[in-house]
Design a protein around this ligand. Sequence first.
Ligand code: COA
Length: 187
Amino acid sequence: MFADYEPGKRVGPLPEGFATRPMARDDVPALAAIRVERGDAKPEEAAKAFEWLLGRVASGDATMIVATVRDAVAGYGSVDRLAREGIPEGWYLGGVVVSPPWRRRGIGARLTRERLDWVAARAERAYYFVNAQNRASIDLHAPFGFRPIVHGVVVPGVTFRGGVGILFAADLPRGSRQDERSTSATR
Ligand SMILES: CC(C)(COP(=O)(O)OP(=O)(O)OC[C@H]1O[C@@H](n2cnc3c(N)ncnc32)[C@H](O)[C@@H]1OP(=O)(O)O)[C@@H](O)C(=O)NCCC(=O)NCCS
C-alpha cells in the first residue's frame, strides 16, 4: 500500500519522455491497473472509481493529472472538492500514485506541484489527508508548505487502515486567482 520509507534514496531525475496531461476516458484501464498494482482495489472497483472521477472532472469539481513516460501511463494525481462532515470544505489533493518502477524520480513531486497550481487558480488553500504511517507521502507533501491541522481526523467514507489520519493544509497566497484580481485592479 505505502512505499517503504527510505529518506534520501532518490533514484534520479525525471525520466526522458516524461509528460503530464489531463486524464482522458481511454486512460481508465491503465489508471485502474496502477491502482490494482498498489493493492487497494479490485480491477472493476478501480475502473468504476476513475469513471466516477471523470464525471466530477466534467462538472468542475475535480481534476485528474496523468503522468506518462514515452506515452505510457506512469502515475496519476487527483484533486477533488470535498464538503464532508468533520472536515473543512475545500479542495483536497488525493490519490497520488506512481507506478513502482518510476518512483523516486520526481514524478510524485511534479504531480503535486501541478495540482497545487490548479487549486491556486481557484482557492487560497489546499488540503490533503493521509495515514500517519505513510511517511513517504508526508515527506513528499512537506516542501509545498503543508502543515498538520488535525491529528486523528475522521473523514466519512475513508478508512485509515492500521493507523490514524492526519489532515494537512497549505496556504496558496500567490494563486493565479489573486494574480487575476490584482491585474484587474491595476487596469
Ligand atoms: C508517495 C509516492 C506517490 C511518491 O512518488 P515518487 O514519484 O516516488 O515521489 P518523488 O520522486 O517525487 O519524491 C519527492 C520526495 O518525496 C519524498 N519521498 C518519496 N518517496 C519516498 C520514500 N519512499 N521514502 C521517503 N521519502 C520519500 C522524498 O522527500 C522525495 O524527495 P527525494 O527523492 O529527493 O528524497 C509513491 O511512493 C507512491 O505511489 N506510493 C504509494 C501510493 C501513496 O501512498 N500515495 C499517497 C497517498 S496520500
